[in-house]
Design a protein around this ligand. Structure first.
Ligand code: ADP
Length: 277
């Protein structure tokens, strides 16, 4: 199986005394504006090791911006982001509200970026590189892993998603579903502590959605920790342990997916969930 980053030894403790897994990611008071538009207002979020968290909400509510802040693609205006670390990475704490030098801030953001890997809505593959070259780019160029090792690893991961025979193909020779599976493999190849998915199926033709969701479901079963922005509420109900509902840059409601999606307590959540199901 795909090695689980940050996996915790399982102890045969009595179920009623088993402690909750430790948080891998803790976000407190995250805020981000674009000009006068306050897109994120005081977001708190916790993702425990092995959790699959679905982030849902109307278009424009700030979901993608959260992922981009976590992955270093946007710089928040305020808030604290803590990654507890994995066996291969040191813990990281970044306080975006604290004043610091540009150089120290850039270093913080680089460390945040290393802790997670993002799967984009539109795949974002390099069009002039083969599937294999796309997958090994990060491990070889950024993580400085030996090319041979990264290649063997990439081929193994491609095999797992049924794409080993496409290693030398170019992105335009693949279907959208295949390209997105390459996008997922490219993220896995970085061995991140946390996988971030930004509406991974929303650019796909309906008949291709199932294959990609199956791959994500398999990753959940293998114990990967994932934060998934999605409009697929049925998928969230089946795969995510926790669902977070956002609207207007705030977390309106979060909790076990069955509660949030089937018997939400907030009127705004009720309205949203009813409209999509
Ligand atoms: P969601 O993922 O929930 O649809 P987003 O996080 O993509 O929401 O966007 C939230 C809001 O922030 C939207 O109104 C969007 O137009 C705005 N926004 C996102 N990125 C930028 C940007 N780089 N510049 C200006 N506005 C942005």
């Amino acid at each position: 199986p795909v090695p689980r980053p940050g996996s915790v030894a399982q102890h045969p403790a009595a179920p009623d005394v088993a402690p909750a897994p430790a948080p891998l990611l803790t976000v407190r008071g995250l805020a981000k504006s674009f000009g006068d538009h306050r897109v994120l207002k005081d977001i708190d979020l916790t993702v425990r090791r092995g959790d699959v968290v679905a982030l849902i909400g109307p278009s424009g509510s700030g979901k993608t911006t959260i992922l981009r802040c976590l992955n270093g693609l946007e710089t928040p205006d305020a808030g604290v982001v803590e990654f507890a670390g994995s066996p291969s990475a040191e813990p990281v704490t970044v306080d975006f509200g604290a004043s610091t030098s540009a150089r120290a801030r850039a270093r913080d953001i680089a460390r945040l970026r290393d802790a997670s890997a993002m799967v984009f809505q539109s795949y974002n593959l390099f069009p002039h590189r083969t599937v294999l070259q796309n997958v090994i780019e990060g491990p070889v160029r950024v993580q400085k892993r030996p090319k041979q090792e990264a290649t063997a690893d990439a081929l193994e991961l491609l095999k797992r998603v049924g794409l080993e025979s496409k290693a030398d193909a170019y992105p335009h020779e693949l279907s959208g579903g295949q390209q997105q599976r390459v996008g997922i493999v490219r993220a896995l190849a970085l061995r991140p502590a946390l996988l971030l998915f930004d509406e991974p199926t929303s650019a796909l033709d309906p008949e291709l959605v199932g294959d990609v969701l199956t791959v994500i479901r398999d990753l959940a079963e293998q114990g990967w920790t994932m934060l998934i922005v999605t409009h697929e509420l049925q998928f969230a109900r089946q795969v995510a342990s926790t669902t977070v509902f956002m609207d207007g840059g705030v977390v309106v409601e979060s909790g076990p997916s069955a509660d949030v999606l089937e018997s939400p307590s907030e009127p705004r959540t009720q309205q949203f969930v009813r409209r999509l199901t």
